[in-house]
Design a protein around this ligand. Sequence first.
Ligand SMILES: [Zn+2]
Length: 319
Amino acid sequence: MAEEYPRNLTELETNFGTEEACRAYLARLRWPEGFRCPRCGGDRSWPVRGVLLECTACGCQTSVTAGTIFQDTRTPLPVWFRAMWWVSTQKNGASALGLQRVLGLKSYETAWAWLHKLRRAMVRPGRELLTGRIEVDECYVGGLEEGLPGRLNLEKALVVVAAQEDGPGIGRIRMRQIIDASAESLVPFVQDSVAPGNIIHTDGWLGYLPLEKKGYEHEVTFLRGSKKTALQLMPRVHRVIALLKRWLMGTHQGAVSRKHLDYYLDEFTFRFNRRRSRSRGKLFFRLVQQAVAVEPVPLDHILHPGAKPKAKPQSVVVT
Ligand SMILES: [Zn+2]
């Protein structure tokens, strides 16, 4: 579908003030070519009991929110839409306290859980791999940060970052928390982030050595013996790391626990990769589009994250 999104708060409230309008929008984003039965792939349905759709071919009943992060929500969709608008339009990211205030939610925990649900929608299943020349380096986040006031409420966590070169500037980024700087941690990250055949620029750390065997062109800059610092030799990745630390300290006041760090990294990446987007409405569009493309996340899983949800399920059925 053509990218259709509200340009400002007034348009949001005018166009998405009712449950029906929100549902219709979700349906256009989820089934851009029209209804698809999750069980048999049929393309015809009739409405049943208001919000359900029954496949005319196999009789399976589903709804536009089934199998998405909105599944089983008791909150009216217009409130979700306002939350997504707010999250997309906060240039520096959204805090749970901010969301709680804006929506007038009774509990901080609810706002916190909503934000975490939305963060799951910030990574598009099957997003494309980076190409070109990519700087990759790892760094510690957490503990006492030099040059930053305060302290991250986070034991030190190791994060690996890939930053695409775009002339002297930075293109798109990817990042991940890793348990150590071994090849077993670093190489899969590169494989999940960058298409083979492209150039990976790293320091001389041994953990990056297998990259060449994996089909990458590996360019190594040795820091030892060089008068330049890591910051000068790999300026993009280090700039991203500095921005990430500032963001964790600023927007979230350092209140990020290590078990949830991955999802904050996803949010940072989502915002960073769209930082040049002229319209905030476009971010809203992407967020809603991805919200109907990722699996629902039970609260239990949000509080105790283990494995990340995988790609969109094709078989979730409401009966
Ligand atoms: Zn069917």
